[in-house]
Design a protein around this ligand. Sequence first.
Ligand code: ZN
Length: 370
Amino acid sequence: MKPNNHSIHGKVFAGLATIVVTGLIPAAVLLSIFLLLVSLPLPDYLTAPFHPVIKVQAKKKTITLVLDPGHGGSQSGAEEGDVKEKDLNLTIGKYLKEILESDYEGIRVSLTRDEDEDVGLKERVRIASDRDADMMISLHNNARGDNFEYKDGCTVLTAQGNYKPDLARQEQELACCILSELEALGLNNRGILLRDSETGDSYEDGSVADYYAIIRGGLNLNTPSVIVEHAFMDEENDFQNHLSSDEHLKELAQADAAGIARYFGLKSRKTGEVLPPPADYEVIFYHMYDENPDHNKKFTKVFFPSEENEEKSSEKAAEQSTEESKRNPSEESTESRPEESTAQHKDPGNLFMITEFLRKLAEEFSSLVR
Ligand SMILES: [Zn+2]
């Protein structure tokens, strides 16, 4: 039997109809859904300017910060004439809380003491931990000591990082942000001080403990804690330029606040801006192992590598890492891990670029359809 033209046309028509129903209609539905999706505003986490601590912001809306004005009550700290360190620390702490809460969004600040009273070191850490602090910052001012190599300027003390290296890393990143702001104020930047226990104390994993109770206790309670030594009370220029009036103390608090804001990515209420941490920040480390200053070690590390310098600084850190582990194998875990910051830089960046690309593609397409 020979099929006539009519039945061939009918079959072709039926075939085409099937293709249309099974192929084009679902395609049109998918396209509509896609166009609807791309016309919706992108969520904040995709469009917000990226900076290395975006993970902190994404996890928690509000940062909880505990400030700890050092000494107090019967413990004066360093003294210079009539001026007592405990009073300077408290004044800086009160200014700092006020500035952070009035100038920035997304941060809640409290103090371990807001008057001239005795608070034990363990209690200070306990207070920060009980308040579920993202960070504790202990506020101090310095005086000359026999085993320090410098006699002026600002220093931030952090954990050395053998134990809970991730927390030590957070402390050191915050330290960089604060140091860069204090340096901009005119203080000599003495970098980050690491100090080992001199009494043979160790953490529960057997690694040597940090010397300072605030830092050691912070690690034990999973509350990263740093000590900021703003300036030397017994150094003429430091004292006159940075500690001799409430105005000067307020400037120190403003610098601390700017550094804290950069680290946590806080949005300024005045400008609406979020400023990033200082890129390619090279910081000096002093590591004190015991009471003998000849045993101190001095080295530098680069934090927050910019994209152009990521490779270079990874190589540099790798070199340094080999050198340092040759000198002291137990120190391996304190090395900077540039691949972490690299990953943090790239992930949200790529995601952002892909969504931007899809959005542009959709725009092109919808203009063709119209
Ligand atoms: Zn002190």
